[in-house]
Design a binder for this molecule. Structure first.
Ligand SMILES: Nc1ncnc2c1ncn2[C@@H]1O[C@H](COP(=O)(O)OP(=O)(O)OP(=O)(O)O)[C@@H](O)[C@H]1O
Ligand SMILES: [Mg+2]
Length: 261
């Protein structure tokens, strides 16, 4: 086990000597040969942490999550889960190993009902279905009431809930969320952030990419700012939200006005 560089991962000092639940080191990855989208990208998530990833459009945030989940080829660098190498493992193996992923778009099966969508999340452990369903319906009561409704007829927020619920059916150790609040009304966005925090408090480590950067930094333990496939800044959510450079470059003047700074 190599030592985590706390200058690259600011805010991790309190975890000194512990093994991160997920760790990406020097990731170089992309979709096409010779065109790298991630250029030496690093990330660590310790057990129980809620990590936020923010950055401009096209920075490579979704690519990073896809690389962690085996959907984008990693050309060099490594990913570990609880110290075990999982670099370039296929998504189904990663689900078995305890990683859940909710993609940014197309994250439900529209022609299936809510319950059938949740069943798809459990294809690896069908015997546990009823047990997990109870846990998930407790977290998302609205889905219980509408379990026989087709996912295609749900609102954006409801679909997002189904997608998150499906990933949680397998009881993952780490949940990767790509822009869970995108396209939602402010009230629904808030619900999504609160629910994410609740899932995290229940013991699931979360790595969340978010376009609502300020809100994301408010609820996450630590954050990373990604720019052009590299880490630009890291720190606790509050440190990043208060950093004048991060505000100027990534949170915008509107964010400053909101806080009266
Ligand atoms: N399937 C793909 N094939 C080729 N290039 C892609 C593919 N998906 C994304 N890219 C490229 O990778 C780069 C990073 O895209 P990515 O989706 O990771 O950015 P992002 O930070 O998630 O942006 P956004 O905030 O808009 O979601 C972009 O230049 C994009 O054009
Ligand atoms: Mg994206």
């Amino acid at each position: 086990m190599s030592i985590v560089d706390t200058t690259v991962h600011k805010g991790t000092e309190k975890f000194a000597g512990q093994e991160p639940i997920m760790r990406a080191e020097h990731l170089v990855a992309g979709y096409l040969p010779g065109v790298n989208i991630l250029n030496d990208c690093d990330l660590v998530c310790y057990p129980g942490e809620l990590i936020g990833i923010i950055g401009p459009n096209g920075a490579g945030k979704s690519t990073l999550l896809k690389a962690l989940f085996g959907l984008v080829k990693i050309h060099s660098g490594s990913v570990t889960l609880g110290g075990e190498d999982i670099t370039n493992l296929k998504a189904n193996k990663l689900v078995q190993a305890g990683v859940g992923f909710v993609p940014q778009t197309n994250n439900v099966f529209p022609s299936l009902t809510i319950q059938e969508n949740l069943q798809m999340g459990m294809f690896l452990r069908p015997k546990k279905f009823e047990e997990r369903l109870d846990v998930i319906f407790d977290l998302f009561p609205v889905l219980a009431d509408r379990r026989d409704q087709r996912a295609g007829s749900l609102s954006g927020g409801e679909r997002q809930s189904v997608a998150m619920a499906r990933a949680l059916m397998m009881d993952p150790k780490v949940l990767l969320l790509d822009e869970p609040s995108a396209g939602l009304s402010p009230v629904r966005q808030d619900e999504t952030f609160i629910r994410t925090r609740r899932i995290n408090k229940a013991g699931v480590s979360v790595i969340m990419v978010e376009q609502n950067a300020r809100r994301c930094l408010q609820i996450c333990d630590r954050g990373y700012v990604l720019d052009q496939g590299r880490n630009a800044y890291s720190g606790t959510g509050h440190e990043l939200a208060d950093d004048p450079k991060v505000i100027e470059l990534y949170l915008g003047t509107l964010a400053k006005d909101v806080d009266g700074k």
